[in-house]
Design a protein around this ligand. Structure first.
Ligand code: TK8
Length: 349
């Protein structure tokens, strides 16, 4: 009897030890099962989490960041990469950075406006005419100035990456004009400007974390959502959505964020390495993302989605419908910031 009990204890112990060693991260990107913190001795470890999956250009960019940082620091800094919301959603991961329990995340500017309201300026509908102008403004003086405001929130903004122009999908009907939005239950990001803009279009919007979106569409809690084609395709939204329209109503930037407490703990050289790596990997991500958004509209239709082209008249109708909301938000965001961004856009054209 005693022997059997001893044996059972031994088996239990081995199982527990085995379980502790097997983390869900791609720290070594071969799933060696050995988490970086264990194998990295006194290396500094960056836990980097995103909401999108490992097929998305955002994750490819993150792997590029890892590659550069680990090479340039000769392994003195290790990067563990987590995708598909494994560490949480844009908001909860940003809070984790503020607490210092996570080191990197790359949210869209929309949820980030809950931390620094001025970031809503980039979520003004129909603000940017194209990606090139967006790059110039974001990488230019105004964009960098806004990154600086993140320090007050215990965050460091290292670079802008690209989510892209957002397009509407839904499971109910083809949307070709403003009246087609009537009563559609649309999931939006957690941002009041987005909410009020969709209300002004006649829709019935619901703010929701990205990590809950697929299930909400599957269960019919919402009829539709809006994201760039790459996200719609790579996250397999075509499995739960029937219609897609090229509304292109908002250009969404991502912000590469680092925890300020972690950043302040780096040497000056290391701070320069992570900054340069975020910028370089960001350029790489933007390129991949534009190729992906170019490519995936066709594949969405091959997967059975019905595509509706928005005419210039219909887009003008949408602009007219949201214009009062934009006017209202100028003061909420800050007139000075809004004016600076509009001026920078004119200069960048
Ligand atoms: C992913 C999100 C996503 C965004 C959204 O974490 O929430 O719809 O477009 O890309 O940042």
């Amino acid at each position: 009897m005693k022997k059997l009990f001893g044996l059972m204890c031994a088996v239990l112990l081995i199982t527990v030890l085995a379980a502790c060693g097997n983390g869900e991260s791609d720290s070594s990107n071969g799933d060696s099962g050995e988490s970086a913190s264990e194998g990295s001795g006194d290396a500094k470890v960056i836990k980097a989490g995103i909401g999108l999956n490992d097929d998305h250009p955002q994750y490819k960019g993150l792997l590029k960041f890892k590659e550069i940082v680990e090479k340039e620091t000769d392994g003195a800094i290790k990067v563990e990469t987590y995708h598909s919301g494994q560490l949480g959603d844009d908001r909860s991961m940003t809070e984790a950075l503020q607490l210092g329990t996570q080191e990197v995340t790359i949210p869209s500017t929309a949820p980030l406006a809950n931390f620094v309201p001025e970031f809503s300026v980039f979520d003004i509908p129909f603000l940017f005419p194209n990606e090139e102008v967006a790059d110039k403004v974001l990488d230019g003086e105004v964009g960098q100035e806004l990154l600086g405001k993140l320090e007050e929130q215990n965050l460091v903004g290292l670079a802008y990456w690209e989510n892209g122009f957002r397009d509407l999908t839904n499971s109910e009907r083809a949307v070709a004009s403003v009246e087609d939005f009537e009563g559609l239950k649309i999931r939006t990001m957690e941002n009041d400007l987005h909410l009020d803009a969709f209300k002004a279009l006649g829709a019935n919007p619901t703010p929701m974390a990205f990590t809950e979106l697929f299930t909400a569409m599957q269960q019919g809690t919402v009829d539709g959502q809006e994201n760039p084609y790459a996200t719609i395709y790579l996250q397999k939204f075509y499995e739960v959505q029937k219609h897609v329209s090229n509304t292109h109503h908002i250009y969404s930037p991502f912000v590469f964020l680092m925890s300020k407490s972690f950043y302040d703990g780096l040497s000056e050289d290391q701070q320069k390495i992570v900054k340069d790596a975020a910028v370089e990997a960001g350029k790489y991500e933007r390129k991949l993302n534009r190729e992906a958004n170019e490519k995936y509209l066709e594949q969405l239709q091959e997967e059975g989605m019905e595509y509706t082209e928005i005419t210039d008249e219909a887009r003008q109708e949408m602009k007219d419908a949201v214009a009062p909301v934009i006017e209202e938000y100028k003061s909420k965001i800050g007139e000075e910031t809004v004016d600076k961004v509009y001026k920078a856009i004119e200069e960048a054209k």
